[in-house]
Write a protein that binds this ligand. Structure first.
Ligand code: ZN
Ligand code: ZN
Length: 346
């Protein structure tokens, strides 16, 4: 089968590799769409301790089940399925308590397990049994279904931030994830959603979202503007969806008393530690927390929300490339011009 193989850092080769053999509890899925994630770009250039080369990466996947092992009960050949990233091991204390994204082993599609930039993706028994694998609701295209993965991560962050009816929410960072957070926060009942962005290119993306307020942080002071927009209270929820220590520090300044700050994006290794006046947290009674990845339930919810039509996820897809041009797809993401880029196998 054809695959885009990450052979070493900065080297992806489109080549033929043996078609995977599946386990009794596993399945083989013909990949129809695999969206490129910011983390794919990071793995491509900087690697990841959980990715051993050669490996096929890509974890925002949708396709058709073409083989199902004898022990597979929940799926059959011909099913259209969406596949997410984090695969709970099913047996550690975190997985047993519904926190599979915090699993001790932390398996993931496109990391330890083969990913979706290939003609076929094998799913092992653990993935089929415990992982984010769900049938695609009818009426949903493969490319829309592939985007259930990043949307699930947004749902995880917003659930942990307890976004609720009437909240004011600030999202810092207008990449594809920041834009999805805006859309999802609205669906969850936030009254006023603000998005803040530094670079000009992405301000255009910010303006394409249903955000009530778009803040260009090169042109105006983030803290001042958020205070004006919230009658001096600060925002109930602040989601930091960019890799910036300054943004993480600002978040604590703009959050309301009893508000919630979510560090959605991690900081690259080697970034300075953030410096915060903990008295602000003390007097505001603020909650500072993080989120990463998602659990299978959230992947299913994301699919259902997209299928409901509440979120026009298709509008977020800016470019499509065939598997042969996976590297061009990566370049399109790195140029940061569009939203989501899809590698497809028609
Ligand atoms: Zn992703
Ligand atoms: Zn586990």
């Amino acid at each position: 089968m054809k695959a885009a193989v990450l052979e070493e850092l900065n080297k992806i080769v489109i080549k033929d590799i043996p078609k995977p053999v599946i386990e009794k509890g596993g399945m083989l899925v013909k990949v129809k769409a695999c969206a490129v994630c910011g983390s794919d770009i990071r793995i491509f250039h900087y690697g990841n301790p959980r990715v051993k080369t050669p490996q096929v990466i890509g974890h925002e996947v949708a396709g058709d089940v073409v083989e199902a092992g004898a022990e597979v009960k929940a799926f059959s050949v011909g099913d259209r399925v969406a596949i997410g990233a984090d695969v709970p091991c099913g047996s550690c204390v975190f997985c047993r308590n519904g926190m599979g994204n915090n699993c001790r082993i932390n398996y993931a599609i496109g990391y330890q397990f083969q990913g979706g930039f290939a003609e076929y993706i094998p799913l092992n028994a653990t993935t089929v049994k415990y992982g984010p694998v769900h049938k695609i609701p009818s009426g949903l295209s493969y490319e829309e279904a592939a985007l259930a993965e990043p949307l699930a991560c947004c749902i995880n962050g917003l659930e942990l931030s307890q976004v609720k009816l009437g909240d004011s929410v600030v999202v810092i960072g207008a990449g594809p994830i920041g834009c999805m957070l805006v859309i999802m926060a609205k669906v969850m009942g936030a009254k006023k959603v603000m998005i803040a962005q530094r670079s000009k290119k992405r301000l255009e993306l910010a303006r394409s979202t249903p955000a009530d307020v778009v803040i260009s942080t090169t042109e105006e002071d983030l803290v001042k503007r958020v205070m004006e927009e919230t009658e001096g209270r600060g925002a109930d929820v602040v989601m930091v969806a960019c890799a910036s220590p300054e943004a993480q520090e600002d978040a604590i300044r703009i959050v309301a008393n009893r508000g919630r700050v979510n560090y959605f994006g991690g900081l690259p290794k080697g970034t300075r530690n953030i410096s915060i006046d903990s008295n602000i947290i003390h007097y505001k009674e603020a909650y500072i927390h993080g989120s990463h990845g998602s659990i299978p339930r959230q992947h299913k919810t994301a699919l259902d929300i997209i299928a409901s039509g509440k979120i026009k996820i298709k509008d977020m897809i800016s470019r499509r490339f065939p598997l042969d041009r996976t590297l061009d797809a990566f370049a399109a993401v790195e140029n940061r011009e569009g939203m989501k880029v899809i590698v497809e196998n028609p």
